[in-house]
Unconditional design. Structure first.
Length: 245
């Protein structure tokens, strides 16, 4: 993996996100991909699992963030960039300071960055996570609780963390609108997010009826294969320019 990092075999793709209000592209989530010379493409989940076994999560994450920042520096300034934060990073007491320093060397303003965290990040040390995220939020960064609905759905996180957005996992939308119970749960979670002043993002939208439902139920943003699969930065830039035109 170290050789792959040096050779830039590990690239970053971007999953566009769209506003429910008018369909405009609002930003994208950065996703790592390893173009392995013999195994082909390795996705982010497997890639970070390999890195964890090799004790290389930190170098891999820094590589992904650096490449994402480099690419996104060419985007229109109204687009945000979402970055996934690993448990190893958030568990480091120096994370907030180191991350702020890294961003300070880039052309991206903190206000354009959304840090996405998952429940497994928080299970290790909720207090430390809250402190680190609060420090970064004071500098302008935003935070989203990712994959909500795929794990424990611990509502304590919604109360104790400095959150700006709630990202609903694809399992939350797979059954809607055909299943009444799935729709009722989805509707309740969206209402909760809005009551807490959080933007609500629906992930995994793969059909027009899912898209129409999340819009009608009050989500703010959505992402999914219905409109765009993860793409290279040049394609992302082309989509953004096309949308503006």
């Amino acid at each position: 993996m170290l050789r792959a990092l040096d050779r830039r075999e590990i690239e970053v793709l971007f999953q566009p996100q769209f506003a429910c209000s008018d369909g405009a592209i609002v930003g994208a989530e950065a996703l790592a991909r390893w173009q392995h010379p013999s195994l082909g493409e390795i996705g982010a989940r497997d890639l970070f699992a390999i890195a964890e076994r090799a004790a290389l999560v930190a170098p891999l994450s820094r590589h992904v963030v650096a490449r994402a920042l480099e690419d996104a520096s060419e985007w229109p300034k109204n687009l945000h960039l979402s970055l996934n934060i690993t448990p190893e990073e958030l568990g480091d007491p120096r994370f907030a300071a180191d991350f702020a320093e890294l961003i300070g060397r880039s052309a991206i303003a903190p206000a354009r960055l959304v840090l996405e965290i998952t429940e497994d990040v928080l299970l290790r040390n909720l207090q430390q996570a809250a402190e680190a995220l609060s420090a970064l939020r004071a500098l302008g960064f935003k935070t989203a609780l990712d994959d909500f609905g795929a794990g424990f759905c611990n509502f304590r996180y919604l109360k104790e963390l400095p959150l700006d957005a709630l990202k609903l996992d694809k399992v939350m939308v797979e059954g809607i609108p055909g299943d009444a119970k799935d729709l009722a749960v989805f509707r309740a979670i969206v209402s909760l997010g809005r009551a807490l002043g959080l933007a609500v993002v629906a992930e995994g939208i793969e059909s027009e009826i899912q898209r129409a439902t999340v819009i009608s139920e009050g989500c703010n943003y959505w992402q999914g294969f219905l409109r765009a699969q993860p793409m290279k930065s040049d394609d992302m830039l082309g989509m953004a320019k096309g949308a503006r035109g």
